[in-house]
Design a protein around this ligand. Structure first.
Ligand code: PMP
Length: 344
């Protein structure tokens, strides 16, 4: 009898079950054991593949989506790419309203995956008619048979991570995880993963990472929305200027803030020490772990798991461009050979 050909049916079968990587060099001066769940191993190169597949399949199960229907979303890029990828396989149209803060390479990638992209101004309020929220909402109203993913306010975003990311980490760490640290944007990753982990062991500490210029940390501490916290920052996908209902604030023990500059340098350091090419928010979560270690959060028995949400290739014109780093002033305080321009 002929042996069966070992092939996946389509790229959707490759979503999830991402590897847990032990970090050694970048953490060599820190006390504790450190691991990263490297979400770039998803076929769409980010953790957002998980929510795109789950939300779309739930809509199919409920009979809301039929072949040829349209899926609409607001996105910083990653969720859009994942929705576009799932739409290709399942035969849906994909319309994405994105912020002008997203890197040009991310926007081109969405178009390459067949999505129709509308670029909306980044620095207008969420209720401004030009904001990507309002553009997406209007299109959802106008296009019959369309589904609005609405990741910031969709409970299924949490559920996707509750069903996949949480159990994977529990199994990969053989239940020995002590701390879970993750960037919070929609909050789906941290909330869903934490919900599963805390059910298994309520002592696991859950730490969210927020940006300076975002309201999440202050809201967690005071339960009040403080508009004075809001100002523009550079990291994409982390922090927010509104309170997402996809964040379960009660399950998060505390938030840590990180700067754009530290996060950029730390992302670059991860590539150069661990050989793992990661995005801006992976730098942010690693930076947060360094700060926590300095504050004495961990001891030698701590097993700290962090999420590296996406791949470095999406940031070639940003943190991996020396010119961009220099233009932000991110090389002003460091004097390494990196800061010297090499002419070819
Ligand atoms: N990192 C990146 C690069 C992202 O795009 C996002 C999603 N906005 C996050 C981190 C945060 O994940 P979540 O939305 O699940 O909080």
């Amino acid at each position: 009898m002929k042996e069966k050909i070992k092939a996946y049916d389509n790229v959707l079968d490759l979503i999830g079950n991402t590897p847990l990587l032990r970090l050694k060099k970048i953490t060599q001066d820190l006390i504790g054991n450190f691991y990263a769940k490297v979400e770039a191993f998803n076929p769409g190169h980010s953790s957002k593949d998980r929510i795109a597949l789950h939300i779309i399949e739930e809509a199919e199960r409920k009979g809301v989506l039929k072949p040829g229907d349209t899926i609409i979303e607001t996105t910083s890029g990653n969720t859009g790419f994942s929705i576009a990828m799932v739409s290709v396989i399942k035969g849906y149209d994909c319309i994405l309203a994105v912020s002008s803060k997203s890197s040009p390479d991310k926007i081109d990638m969405l178009r390459a995956m067949g999505a129709k992209v509308y670029v909306c101004p980044a620095h207008v309020s969420a209720d401004d008619s030009r904001s990507y929220y309002q553009v997406a909402r209007r299109m959802h109203e106008e296009i019959k048979g369309s589904v609005y993913i609405n990741q910031y306010f969709n409970e299924l975003n949490i559920d996707a991570h509750y069903r996949t990311t949480g159990p994977e980490i529990w199994e990969q760490t053989a239940g020995q995880i002590t701390h879970f640290v993750a960037c919070s944007g929609t909050g789906g990753t941290i909330s869903g993963t934490a919900r599963f982990l805390k059910e298994k062991n309520p002592d696991i500490k859950i730490i969210g990472v927020d940006a300076y210029g975002s309201v999440l940390k202050k809201y967690h501490e005071t339960k009040e929305f403080d508009a004075d916290e809001i100002y523009p920052y550079r990291i994409e996908g982390l922090g927010k200027n509104l309170i997402p209902t996809a964040t379960d604030f009660d399950i998060i023990d505390k938030f840590v803030k990180v700067t754009d500059e530290d996060s950029a340098h730390t992302a670059r350091e991860i590539s150069k020490t661990e050989g793992c090419f990661v995005g801006y928010t992976s730098g942010a979560v690693m930076q947060a772990v360094k700060q926590l270690a300095e504050e004495g959060e961990f001891d030698k028995n701590s097993n700290v798991v962090m999420i590296f949400p996406d791949h470095g290739s999406r940031y070639m014109s940003k943190i991996y461009s020396d010119d961009w780093m220099r233009a932000q002033g991110f090389f002003d305080s460091v004097n390494t050979e990196e800061t010297q321009k090499i002419e070819y």
